[in-house]
Every structure is written in structure tokens, then in C-alpha cells.
Ligand binder design. Structure first.
Ligand SMILES: CC(=O)SCCNC(=O)CCNC(=O)[C@H](O)C(C)(C)COP(=O)(O)OP(=O)(O)OC[C@H]1O[C@@H](n2cnc3c(N)ncnc32)[C@H](O)[C@@H]1OP(=O)(O)O
Length: 471
């Protein structure tokens, strides 16, 4: 029995009291100060009994606390005490009930939404007083106060003791399997459809197929296929340890043809929103698209001609890409091995506080001078041939995100000896490296450079001034 440092008699003018979110016995009468005192004491009683109940059921945290009761709108705790025991009396048991909106399966496996369904949420009688009829006394008081009948109560994860209790006192044995942790007994749905407004095919409720499968219509359904509720395996998995004795009914069959049918649900909402087109995908797929179009529609000669022209253009594009890749590989092979490491340059040397980049994507040909390529490749694959100054490496001027996304360049340097008009920049050539042949000048760029973009003392513009954030 559970006793407390205070006298419980004022709180228990009768052996069983009812407590709701105000944390006061339903019998309570008193002023504000007495009210605060009673609330504090009642909180202590509830927390203590809730903890004992959890321990008794092997739960790692209590289902019942004063704080939870205070926050709830539709829960009630019945407390059983023996006010005459000892000096201060003692509390013997607790029964927490409430109403819940639940999606449940009826005896036929049909889904029903039950609103304000009566539920047994927590039940405990102190170990020293169990099997003495006190549990039944508490339960009966609750039934009469709430005007509930036992078969109409759902039970939240009942323990074996509670299952035995309900079987013994109320003949509740045959259960209706559910996909959640609640146990229902046969008779739960008798006249429930008319009383509780339960219905099948509710907008929010799972739908039922002719074979008894239940399909949840959630965004995940669009992404990963339908979720099936109510089959035995799923029930076993969800229902867990306590209700192994309840696995008995409703073997729902899953036929492959039906699965195919129900998983072909067209996406809607944001999952059905158009996606941005991928230019490479367009190149690859537009050929088949156009051919199917022309094939399906009985196209004219001119259509066919334009299709061929399109295909030729795409082919040439692909060829050009292939050539560029091949050229790029050749250039990489041609990069000479770095010289043995000379004495490092001591002046103006940067010993980067941050480590060098872990991965490096080398520059394509025709963009850098071989020396720059060599030094940068050496930076990643082998120890550098010499220590690079900040001005050589452009460490601060590096645009790793944007530049690499567009072309595999570790460093982009801009040659702009004179100020040009707004928005126009000549790029990719250090000062002094003038174009010797038009072939070299294979790069163009437009930039959003402002007139305040600063030149370094070497004449390089810092790329950050050109970076378009929308990239
Ligand atoms: C939703 C939930 O709350 S689930 C959690 C339920 N609570 C617990 O499991 C906590 C530990 N158990 C208890 O507190 C109590 O056993 C209760 C609340 C379940 C029942 O209270 P009691 O005062 O023992 O009930 P009462 O004396 O009226 O009825 C006794 C019957 O309950 C069942 N019962 C009670 N204790 C046990 C037990 N240790 N083992 C098996 N059955 C038991 C039996 O059917 C028993 O009848 P029997 O003695 O003829 O076999």
C-alpha cells in the first residue's frame, strides 16, 4: 500500500474519488489556498501511483502523470484509497480512462473511424492488494460514473493480468484484431456505426479493396507504393509482444494482380508537380520522343526531314562531347611529372590554415597554361613542386562550387587590364599571356561584375565579385 507524508483523509472523503485536469478530487470544496494544497498533494499521489503502475507493467516511463492529466481534456483518473489505514491512510489503486478518436477494424475487417471511443488507459492495484476484488470495485465504479459497458471499451495495450481480469469479470475473451495497440472485444461495434458516426471510405480513412486489403492514401503511397494494413504479418509486427494470443482472424489475401492495380496510383500534390527538365535527358530522350510522335501520327515528309535534322544535330552534340572528353584525357596524360621538390620559397609563402582540398577536378585543356595545370594537379596528387603563394594559387579567389559545377576548374583567373563596360569581362588569361592564335581563345564569359570589383596587384579579378548567387 502506498502511504504519503501527508494525511490523505481530506482528499478521500470516500474510498474512490475521481480526478480530472484540475487535479482536484471531484468531492473537493475549499478556498484558494486549500485548492493549491490539494492540487499539490494530488499531483504527488498521481505521480507516485503512475510510476508504480509503470514499474509493475515493465514500462520505462509512466503512462500516467499529473502533468499529463493536467494537459488532457478528456481523461479521468479514479483513485482507490483506504483512508483509515495507518495514521495518514494509504492509496491502493488507480484507473485512468478517456475517450479517443480511433481508426479501427470491425469484425469483418472494415475500417471504421470511432470518435470519442471509451478507452481504458492505465490500471493498477498495489501488489499487496491484488486479487482481492479491489480492481473490480474500482472498475465498476468507473463504468457506472462514465456510463460505459465493458464491451464498448477499447483497452490500450492490456497486460496479461488485465486480459485475465476482463475475461474473468466480464467474459471478454474474443478480440477483434487491430493494427494499433488497442484491444477491442466482440460487441464493440454493435450499433456503433449509428451511434458513433463511424463510416467506411471516410476521406481520411484507409480505403478497402474487394479482397479486404486496406490501402493508406498518404504521400508515401505515391512515393513507395501502397501500404497494406490488416494482414496477419503486419498485424503481428505492429501489435507486438502482448497480444500474441489475439492473432486469430482476418487472413487477408494479397493477389499480385491486385497489388499491381492498387500501386498504380497517379501522384498528386507536390509529388505530382512537374520537375525541371534535364538538358542531358532531353538530348538522350528527345530522339525516341520525336520518333514515337512521328510513328504514331503518320507524319509527313517534312516532319521526317526535321526529325532527321534534329537527330543529326544531337548526334553531332554527342560526338563533340565525346571528343572533348577524349581530348581532356589526352591532356591529362601529357601533364609531366613534377620536378623533385626544391627548397620552398620562404617569402610570401602561404601555409594554409585550412588543409588542401581533398578532391580535385583538373582543368580542361585550353583553359590553363601547363605550368598552372601542373602545379594544381601536384597540389592534389603529389606534393607540390614548390610552395605556392596566395597569388599563385588564388586560394582566396577560388570558386569551387560554381566553377566546378559548370566546368572542372579549380581556379579561374580573370585578365582585365583595363576597366571594361559593365557586364563584360575577358577571362582566363593571366596578364602577359596574349592570344597567339584564335584557337586558343575558346572561352567566353559574361559576368555581373560591378565597377567596384577589385583587381589584385597581379591584375587578377577576384571571382567572388562575379559569382552569381542564383547559380
Ligand atoms: C490498459 C492497462 O492498464 S494495462 C495494465 C494493467 N495493469 C497491470 O498489469 C498492473 C498489475 N496488475 C494489477 O494491478 C491488477 O492485477 C489488475 C489491476 C490488473 C487487477 O486488479 P485486481 O485487484 O487484482 O483485480 P480483481 O481482484 O478484481 O480480479 C482478480 C482477477 O484479475 C486477474 N488477475 C489479477 N492478478 C493477476 C495475476 N497476477 N495473474 C493473472 N491474473 C490476474 C485474474 O483474472 C484474477 O482472477 P483470479 O484471481 O480468480 O484468477
Amino acid at each position: 500500500m502506498v502511504d504519503f507524508r501527508f494525511d490523505i483523509k481530506p482528499l478521500f472523503p470516500q474510498p474512490i474519488i475521481k480526478v480530472t485536469s484540475n487535479l482536484l478530487p471531484h468531492t473537493f470544496r475549499g478556498d484558494r489556498r486549500q485548492c493549491l494544497d490539494a492540487t499539490s498533494k494530488m499531483s504527488e499521489i498521481i505521480d507516485r501511483l503512475g510510476q508504480l503502475s509503470a514499474t509493475s507493467q515493465g514500462l520505462n516511463k509512466p503512462v500516467t502523470t499529473a502533468q499529463r492529466l493536467r494537459m488532457s481534456e478528456n481523461q479521468t483518473i479514479y483513485l482507490l484509497a483506504d483512508p483509515e489505514a495507518g495514521n495518514n491512510g494509504c492509496v491502493i489503486g488507480l484507473l485512468k480512462v478517456g475517450t479517443k478518436d480511433l481508426y479501427l477494424f470491425d469484425e469483418k475487417g472494415q475500417t471504421r473511424k470511432m470518435e470519442q471511443s471509451p478507452s481504458i488507459l492505465d490500471f493498477y492495484v498495489h501488489e499487496t492488494r491484488q486479487r482481492a476484488g479491489l480492481g473490480k470495485r474500482l472498475f465498476e465504479t468507473m463504468l457506472s460514473e462514465e456510463q460505459w459497458t465493458p464491451p464498448k471499451c477499447s483497452v490500450d495495450r492490456p497486460s496479461e493480468k488485465l486480459l485475465a481480469f476482463l475475461g474473468k469479470h466480464y467474459g471478454l475473451v474474443r478480440t477483434i484484431p487491430q493494427a494499433n495497440n488497442f484491444v477491442l472485444y466482440e460487441g464493440f461495434f454493435n450499433d456503433a456505426a449509428s451511434q458513433n458516426g463511424s463510416r467506411n471510405g471516410h476521406a481520411d480513412s484507409p480505403q478497402r479493396t474487394k479482397n479486404g486489403l486496406h490501402i493508406t492514401n498518404s504521400p508515401n503511397t505515391q512515393l513507395f507504393g501502397a501500404t497494406y494494413l490488416g494482414d496477419e504479418a503486419d498485424h503481428q509486427k505492429r501489435f507486438g509482444r502482448r497480444n500474441s494470443n489475439l492473432q486469430q482472424q482476418h487472413q487477408h489475401l494479397q493477389q499480385p494482380s491486385l497489388l499491381q492495380q492498387i500501386t498504380q496510383i497517379s501522384p498528386n500534390g507536390r509529388y505530382g508537380a512537374p520537375r525541371p527538365t534535364c538538358s542531358m535527358a532531353e538530348i538522350i530522350h528527345s530522339g525516341s520522343g520525336s520518333s514515337s510522335k512521328s510513328g504514331g501520327g503518320g507524319s509527313s515528309e517534312s516532319n521526317r526531314g526535321s526529325d532527321i535534322a534534329q537527330l543529326t544535330a544531337q548526334f553531332q552534340n554527342l560526338q563533340a562531347i565525346g571528343d572533348a572528353i577524349e581530348h581532356y584525357h589526352l591532356e591529362l596524360e601529357r601533364v609531366p611529372e613534377p620536378e623533385p621538390e626544391p627548397e620552398p620559397v620562404t617569402e610570401e609563402v602561404i601555409t594554409p590554415a585550412s588543409p588542401p582540398p581533398k578532391s580535385y577536378t583538373p582543368t580542361p585543356p585550353m583553359v590553363r597554361s601547363p605550368e598552372v595545370v601542373e602545379s594544381i594537379i601536384g597540389e592534389n596528387r603529389k606534393p607540390p613542386a614548390f610552395q605556392l603563394s596566395k597569388q599563385h594559387t588564388g586560394m582566396k579567389n577560388r570558386s569551387s562550387g560554381v566553377g566546378m559545377a559548370v566546368m572542372p576548374s579549380d581556379k579561374m583567373e580573370f585578365n582585365q587590364p583595363e576597366r571594361e563596360d559593365f557586364g563584360v569581362v575577358k577571362i582566363n588569361r593571366p596578364l602577359g599571356n596574349e592570344i597567339t592564335s584564335p584557337v586558343q581563345d575558346n572561352t567566353d564569359a559574361m559576368s555581373t561584375v560591378s565597377s567596384t570589383a577589385g583587381l589584385t596587384d597581379q591584375g587578377f579579378n577576384d571571382l567572388k565579385f562575379y559569382h552569381n548567387k542564383l547559380w
